[in-house]
Design a protein around this ligand. Structure first.
Ligand code: ADP
Ligand code: MG
Length: 944
């Protein structure tokens, strides 16, 4: 038999529309006769393959029962009034031999149709639809004894081929569902005399039919719902139901039941919305999670109706009639509803009977419904068969709007959500803790950073202050160095001058030497002449000797001749000759004598000349040595001068660099080198003067020539710079000469250099007393009042400052006007003068403080009377760092003497003392200031 056309199961399910609140969405595609009420369940409409309007029409098949024994018994009287045309799904109903009607059904089953085929064609599509979540109804309608129970309720426990729709449907469902996620349960009821009874729990009678006002869903809340596990369980339950089913024998068929049997199969399947997520609207995405747990809840009603035959025909009586009335009431009501639905009537009388109320969803509702109408072949029951066929024909016109019902499984969803909330809560707590700890860490870091930033700022401020102080100090040092350099230059110039002088001396020496040379030459020439003369004289002497010998010879000859003459008588002649001889002899002797005298004269003259020559040669030699020595010294001086120049330029460079903030060490060492060079020069000078002799140099101090005087003073000043010379100069009268220059000279250079020399001599402790005793302080004060030349003032101040360092001389120094003069030089304001003044005051204050602390003296400071204290208080912060330190120290020393207290307070020195105790860069000054402040009650009172 064909299964196509309208009997094909609705496999494709379309989901449409938006939810209508409460997590429900519902969309109808086919025009239903009853509008569904809003439901918490999510419903969706479905159509058949064709998607046409009648795709959800109630399907109706006809099943013809084979002739039974009764039919066969009446076979001769009544022929079969039914003829089936299965190929065209038509049925011909013959009223008589002349009248015949043809009806088309969805399927026609002949008497040979198997239970299996009937199930597959009629019930299977509905069961599949139920498995997909739609409600379904399978129902048998027909005259008593036509095979309704056979078709629907046959158990076929032993013969599976006999099994009816109920067993097969449950078999089908059990094999299709999953026991892990799905559940199937049944209720088995019968409607008898308008009372609903529970076939599984017969004590439950008159079970109410409840309709949900919102959804319109019909339920029987009193009925037992038994969950099915397997087929055996199914058989067991159906057997119980069967046993409980009230059956009444009728005349027509003793086996037929008079009640309507209703098997309700409850199916619940889990589903996930995931695969259809894309069809959900955006707000649905927000409401439902990705894998929203859904359950498909569907119901399958398998109904074995009571017989539809007329009461009279069924032969009911008494109670039976009453029973038949109720039977027909329900069936008549069902027929009316079908009629109304088929005719699209606006009113469907579903409330007229319990049967129609229970079937509310099956006809004109949302369920997929299949109806099998059973007929017998016998023409004896023509009219019943005809009315059954007409019922089927009308039912075919009823259109249902099937709907899928999905419900959110709130239990699972709740559990899932609860789990997620728990997870999120713990995650949130974890995050909060993390954030808190991070925040704490960040706060800590921030605090640390702020602290270190503050420290850094403080440190940098202190460093900047220190650097500035250092810069000031360096500047003052540079200034001092520049000054030193200037001084060195002055000294160098002096040395150059000395060299020039020495060179001049050398020139003179050379001149003298030349003269000596010419004298030597003359001497040599004279010597040579003398030698020649001597040679001549010797030669003459030789000749004379020769002549004398010849004369001797002649005399002997003459004596011979005389003898001969005597002998020969020529005595007269002999006498004459003798006379002559005597004369000649005398003459000769005279001559010899004079020659001898001449010779001895010449020899003595020669000796004198030799001596002279020797002494001249010695002198020349000595002068040459002297000249050699002088030349060497000049060379050395020149060498040291040029070294000094190189050193100076290096030092200048160095000072420039030092000024830009480099370290002190280099500077100090370079400065040391200058000093070395200088002391080298001084050594050279002193060496020269060792040779020349200090007295000679000192004698030059009294020279009429100013230049000579100046040079001499410079030399002495240089010598006085060396410790070893200082006492010597004083001893040899140098100090007297210098002081006399200070007194008598009117020349500034003399003043400056002499004051420098005195200052140098005043460095020596034993000289200081001598200087003072000789009125040095007075003379220096006098010079200070006479000149405005800063360098002279510097020398004078330096000299007085040195004298200030001797406490024994303090009183004399003050009386001689030294302190006044020292303070008076402040008027110069020159950066070279002020430091010397400050140094002097500091020296004085320090020594005075020592003497007072040792108890050797008492009373207020000698400095105060001359206005030094007032000046210090007024000017302590005005000058360079080193000067300031001298002043601060001096002030602190004064503050140690309690006899100065009143003066210090009066001059406003407390403020200054406080300032020094806090700000002074020198520890000793700060300590002294603090000591004074702490130990002097008057100060303490003032401070408070
Ligand atoms: P109904 O329930 O309609 O009153 P039943 O199902 O009780 O009728 O059937 C009456 C009798 O007819 C039963 O004995 C049943 O076995 C038999 N019968 C019904 N239909 C068939 C059929 N198609 N093939 C064989 N026997 C049938
Ligand atoms: Mg029956």
């Amino acid at each position: 038999m064909a299964t196509g056309g309208g009997w094909a199961p609705a496999r494709s399910v379309e989901r449409h529309g938006a939810p209508r609140g409460g997590g429900t969405r519902s969309k109808s595609v086919a025009p239903g006769l009853r509008r569904p009420s809003p439901s918490p369940a999510r419903s969706r409409a479905a159509t058949d393959n064709g998607g046409s309007a009648d795709s959800c029409r109630v399907r109706v098949a006809v099943r013809l029962r084979p002739n039974n024994s009764e039919d066969l018994a009446h076979g001769s009287d009544f022929d079969s009034c039914v003829e089936l045309q299965p190929e065209s799904k038509r049925l011909k109903l013959k009223k008589n031999n002349w009248s015949c009607e043809s009806y088309k059904f969805d399927e026609v089953f002949s008497e040979n149709a198997s239970q299996k085929r009937v199930y597959e064609v009629v019930a299977k599509p509905v069961v599949e639809s139920v498995l997909e979540g739609y409600n379904g109804t399978v129902m048998a309608y027909g005259q008593t004894g036509t095979g309704k129970t056979y078709t629907v309720g046959r158990l076929g426990k032993d013969d599976p081929s006999e099994r009816g729709i109920m067993v097969r449907a449950l078999e089908h469902i059990l094999s299709s569902m999953s026991f892990e996620t799905d559940r199937v349960a049944i209720s088995y009821l019968q409607l008898y005399l308008e009372s609903v009874q529970d076939l599984l729990a017969p004590e439950k009678t008159n079970i109410p039919i409840v309709e949900d006002a919102k959804t319109g869903e019909v339920s029987l809340p009193g009925a037992a719902i038994v969950e099915i596990k397997d087929l055996e369980h199914v058989f067991h339950l159906l057997q119980i139901g069967e046993a409980n089913r009230h059956a009444a024998n009728t005349k027509m068929n003793t086996e037929s039941s008079r009640s309507h049997a209703i098997l309700i199969i409850h199916l619940q399947r889990s589903s996930r919305i995931k695969e259809e997520k894309s069809s959900l609207s955006n707000d649905m995405h927000d409401i439902f999670p990705d894998d929203l747990p859904l359950v498909l809840k569907s119901k399958l009603l398998i109904v074995d109706l009571a017989g539809s035959e007329r009461i009279d025909k069924s032969g009911s009586e008494g109670h039976m009639i009453e029973e038949a009335k109720f039977i027909n009431l329900s069936l008549t009501s069902l027929g009316k509803c079908i009629n109304a639905l088929a005719e699209n009537s606006p009113h469907i009388p579903t409330r007229d009977s319990k049967l129609t109320r229970i079937f509310r969803d099956s006809f004109g509702g949302t369920a997929r419904t299949s109806l099998v109408v059973t007929i017998g072949p016998s023409s004896r029951h023509y009219s019943e068969t005809s009315s059954t066929i007409m019922f089927g024909q009308r039912a075919m016109k009823v259109v249902n709007t099937i709907k899928l019902k999905e419900e959110v499984d709130y239990k699972i969803l709740y559990k899932k959500m609860e789990r997620e909330v728990d997870q999120l809560t713990s995650e949130m707590e974890r995050q909060q803790k993390l954030i808190k700890s991070e925040k704490m860490q960040l706060d800590k870091k921030l605090k640390e950073s702020e602290g270190s930033f503050h420290d850094l700022r403080m440190t940098s401020n202190i460093r900047i202050e220190n650097l500035e102080k250092e810069k000031c100090e360096l500047e003052s040092t540079v200034k001092t160095l520049m000054r030193d350099l200037e001084e060195e230059r002055g000294q160098k110039n002096m040395l150059s001058e000395q060299i020039a002088e020495l060179e001049k001396l050398l020139d003179e020496n050379k001149q003298q030497q030349l003269e000596n040379l010419s004298r030597t030459k003359v001497l040599t020439d004279t010597t040579k002449e003398h030698e020649k003369k001597m040679e001549e004289l010797l030669r003459q002497l030789q000749e004379e000797r020769h002549c004398s010998s010849s004369l001797k010879d002649r005399m002997s000859i003459l004596q011979q001749e005389l003898c001969d003459a005597q002998s020969s008588t020529q005595e007269s002649m002999a006498r004459e000759l003798e006379k002559k001889l005597t004369e000649v002899t005398e003459e000769f002797t005279c001559q010899v004598q004079s020659l001898k005298e001449k010779i001895s004269e010449l020899i003595s003259e020669k000796e004198v000349i030799y001596k002279e020559l020797k002494s001249t040669q010695e002198k020349v030699q000595q002068e040459m040595w002297q000249r050699q020595g002088l030349e060497d010294q000049i060379l050395r001086l020149k060498q040291s001068t040029s070294d000094n120049f190189a050193e100076e330029s290096k030092t200048s460079d160095c000072m420039v660099r030092t000024g830009s903030g480099l370290g002190n060490a280099t500077f100090v060492s370079k400065s040391g080198k200058i000093r070395e060079a200088l002391s080298g020069q001084r050594g050279t000078i002193s060496k020269i003067f060792e040779e020349v002799g200090l007295p000679n140099v000192l004698a030059l101090l009294k020279s009429e020539d100013l230049d000579v005087q100046i040079h001499a003073v410079k030399v002495v000043a240089n010598l006085a710079a060396e410790d070893i010379n200082q006492e010597k100069i004083v001893e040899e009268g140098g100090l007297d000469a210098l002081l006399s220059l200070l007194e008598t000279s009117e020349n500034t250079t003399i003043y400056r250099v002499t004051a420098g020399a005195v200052a140098n001599l005043a460095m020596n402790g034993s000289n200081q007393g001598v200087i003072m005793n000789k009125g040095g302080a007075r003379l220096l004060a006098n010079v200070a009042s006479k000149t405005e030349d800063p360098q002279t003032l510097r020398m004078v101040a330096g000299a007085i400052a040195n004298l200030c360092g001797n406490e024994k001389l303090h009183l004399m120094l003050k009386q001689d006007g030294g302190i006044k003069a020292l303070l008076g030089m402040v008027r110069s304001g020159h950066a070279d003068v002020i430091p010397q003044i400050a140094r002097g005051i500091a020296n004085f204050a320090k020594c005075e403080s020592r003497v007072i602390s040792q108890g050797h003296r008492k009373g207020r400071s000698l400095l105060i009377e001359d206005g030094v204290l007032t000046w210090m208080v007024a000017n302590s912060t005005r000058f360079s760092a080193s000067t300031r330190r001298h002043i601060e120290l001096a002030f602190c020393h004064l503050a140690q003497n309690e006899d100065n207290t009143c003066d210090i307070i009066a001059s406003g020195g407390i403020k200054e003392l406080l300032r020094i105790s806090r700000e002074s860069p020198r520890d000793d000054a700060r300590n002294l200031a603090k000591k004074a402040l702490d130990s002097n009650p008057a100060f303490l009172r003032e401070v408070q």
